[in-house]
Ligand binder design. Structure first.
Ligand code: GDP
Ligand code: MG
Length: 435
């Protein structure tokens, strides 16, 4: 979608003024791009009409070219199409807050029950998960497994009535001080009456604070239709859009809010429990426009980097003790963020250039292999390296002498840089501490 939109704007590039004809032509292409991305027809049409209305006759801001002006309007309208503001969980004034997850089979309910719990736990909450999908024994086990991974308790009563399980879970949460209860309900392959009756029943009996519909973004238009039906029957409070990591078109993300009137609150971006993000309409709009998503990247890094480790590392850098052991740890942190290509592609301007480029994640392994072939003494005192040590390390790690030399030079340079940075005295150290 980003490419197609880019093409639509390219033609505007050198125009001095936004004429109606130019804008309309660009919007025709934008509309086609949206339809191809599986955006709902009416949504696409309303969207381009709105942009045209705003863009035609608009004074181009001084600092922008006409094409940039249109991109800016498209960006703003995409953002507002997806809800504008970030949506949050509405917590109950009197705990526990009850969150009911619902959706079709395979959409990611169970996975996201655990992801959400882990996220809330990080924010200082104490969630309890309730196994209300009682039709397959495997479903309860699955919830137990992911619950354990997330470090949150799971309440189950086997094949009992889901309403009863939900009620018991809430009672249990009150007794044990859990301030959030997340209900993992059953799904079906298609919407059917029995399922809807069951969900309506749970809703009526436990009055959840949030009813979050989990939909699979890869199913595009279908996901939006499902959202529409669920909302009509259950009056949902928000959507979790899953599998965004596999969705290259972005159609569901763009249509859900417009079609249901309900905001996307969270996005699932992978199979691991940390792969969940608060959904930011403005960032998603920028991502769709191909501008990269730096803020999400930074959040990813903050989430996955062990904060304590980072602090310790900073102290070491400041006190000049940064050695090969630390470098090794840093690479471990980087690896936690996922494949390098994924990390780099979120940097604006880089994403496009990476198309077709193969980034070899093994490079990190190779450097780590070199470090592992060093003795502990060598690792913490890089300056003792001599030719015979280098030869031994190269042979041991299966890498070339040149690579070993390069790495030693790098750490030497880093240490020099640190020395220069800390020369300024205590001031810099203090600033860091205050953060
Ligand atoms: P449920 O039937 O709705 O409870 O769905 P599950 O939670 O069991 O998920 C179905 C499958 O989708 C599992 O294999 C999950 O690992 C996978 N899955 C869920 N969310 C995501 C996601 O955000 N990205 C990817 N790539 N896979 C996901
Ligand atoms: Mg499930």
């Amino acid at each position: 979608l980003a490419d197609k939109l880019g093409n639509a704007f390219k033609k505007l590039k050198n125009k001095g003024k936004l004429s109606e004809k130019d804008v309309k032509e660009a919007m025709r292409e934008v509309r086609l791009a949206l339809l191809e991305a599986d955006v709902n027809y009416k949504v696409a049409k309303d969207f381009t009409n709105k942009v045209t209305e705003r863009a035609v006759g608009q004074d181009v801001m001084q600092s922008l070219t006409p094409a940039q002006m249109v991109v800016k309007i498209v960006d703003e309208e995409l953002t507002s199409l997806m809800g504008g503001e970030d949506a949050r969980i509405e917590f109950a004034s009197k705990p526990p807050t009850v969150i009911m997850m619902c959706g079709l089979q395979g959409s990611g309910k169970t996975t996201h029950t655990a992801k959400l719990a882990k996220m809330l736990k990080k924010q200082g909450r104490s969630p309890l998960l309730a196994a209300c999908d009682v039709y397959r024994p495997a479903a309860i086990d699955q919830l137990k497994v992911v619950g354990e991974k997330a470090g949150v308790p799971v309440f189950e009563m086997g094949k009992a009535n889901p309403v009863k399980i939900a009620k018991e879970a809430i009672k249990r949460a009150k007794d044990y001080g859990n301030d959030v209860v997340i209900l993992d309900t059953a799904g079906r392959l298609h919407i059917d009456e029995a399922l809807m009756d069951e969900l309506k029943n749970i809703k009526k009996e436990v009055e959840p604070n949030e009813i979050l519909l989990v939909i699979d973004s890869m199913t595009g238009q279908d996901a939006v239709n499902v959202a529409k039906s669920f909302n009509e029957l259950l009056d949902i409070t928000g959507v979790i859009l899953t599998k965004l990591d596999g969705d290259t078109r972005g159609g569901a993300a763009l249509s859900v809010k417009a079609v249901t009137g309900r905001p996307i609150k969270f996005a699932g971006t992978g199979e691991k429990l940390d792969d969940i993000e608060v959904f930011h309409p403005d960032r998603m709009a920028s991502r769709i426009l191909g501008m990269g998503d730096v803020l999400t990247l930074i959040e990813d890094a903050q989430n996955k980097m062990d904060a304590e480790k980072a602090e310790e590392m900073a102290q070491k850098m400041m006190s000049n003790k940064f050695d090969f052991n630390d470098l090794y740890d840093q690479f471990e942190q980087v690896k936690k963020m996922g494949p390098l290509k994924g990390i780099l592609s979120k940097i604006p301007g880089v994403g496009k250039q990476l198309e077709g480029v193969d980034i070899d994640d093994r490079q990190i392994d190779w450097v780590q292999a070199i470090i592992l072939s060093m003795t502990p003494e060598e690792r913490s005192h890089p300056h003792i390296m001599n030719p015979s040590r280098k030869r031994r390390i190269a042979a041991g790690s299966g890498r070339s002498i040149e690579e070993v030399n390069r790495l030693i030079k790098q750490i030497d340079q880093m240490q020099k840089m640190m020395r220069q940075m800390t020369k300024g005295g205590k001031g810099s150290k203090k600033r860091r501490k205050m953060k």
